[in-house]
Design a protein around this ligand. Sequence first.
Ligand code: GN1
Ligand code: MG
Length: 359
Amino acid sequence: MPLAEAAAILNHFAIPRRDYAVLPVRHGLINRSYKVTDKATGKPRYFLQQIDHHIFKDVEGLMHNIKQVTAHFELLPNPPGHLTTVNSGDKNYYRSPAGAYWRLYPYVDGNTYIRAGDRQLATEAGRMFGQFLKALSGLPPGAMVITIPRFHDIDWRYQQFQASLGTAGKQRLRKAAWLIRLVEENISAVQKIYHNIVHHCPLRVVHNDTKLSNLLFDGQQRGLCVVDYDTLMPGYIPLDFGDAIRSLASTTVEDDPHTGRTFFNRQVFAAFTPAFIKALGNAITKAETSQFANSVPYMPFLMGLRMLTDYLNNDSYYTTRYAEHNYHRAANQLTLYSSGMALMPEMNKIVNKTVSALN
Ligand code: GN1
Ligand code: MG
């Protein structure tokens, strides 16, 4: 996308006509994002994104979901820190004649982290995601469009994986053989976890991509807001919990190629969990907290499986920066899964202790 084209897109949004500088920024694995700066003052003003409509096949539905959630937040007496879109005509996005989708947010000048490192950040992250989900708890799942069906459903992801085995090239199959074996050996245990969650927990509107890098913090590591609303959809709170732990409590980033460096940090888990549960308050049920520890190995397995499938499909979904990128991601996440399995009893104790202290 030439920058001049991205800059011209700004004319379609309801913002003051100024001379803006548009700079690409790396954010997430899917959409293209740009920081929009007012050239006269040098201040960042907006965050412009082109939504990848090959991956998000129902962009209208996705933007409808964002509207539902932001409108709901605005009615709350104490809304959580959140973003609101800038309008383009009567819509919260712009569709170009060529069929590209764009949206614009006012810029929130915050810091992001890809690793928690310390307990303070983990506690703040727990509070932020907990408050965000509590605020969402008043919105009925029926108000939302299911933009990516069966997004966190292991049965569906396993089917996609099996299909990729039939079409993958020999070299990638050989390289990933140990990961394929790990998946086959563990799939039934992981499917059980998922079926239990679905059976016991209410379907709710959740975030569905609660990684640490989707939180903005100020200079003192105080939370500003939760970002990335692409996957706001019906789902399960324990899976948002597990997904947050996946990035926060991992000792390294999700694409670290050295699997020996990848395991869960108990201290970060012990800091995040009480803050998350407390912030949810009476919005969370015992049936849900009883699934929290199970979701800790579940989410890295699910992500590892998706990354492995994408590796076998020659990287058709996630953005990759080098040939083995998806392979490294998958190896990392599936290693994290094993660490999560080993720590499950201990994590269960921490969750139970928190829940009984609050009662
Ligand atoms: C994708 O693009 P990004 O980084 O927001 C993915 C998530 C994964 C994540 C892995 C729609 O999110 O499910 O957790 O990569 N989103 C989609 O980092 O597939
Ligand atoms: Mg996302």
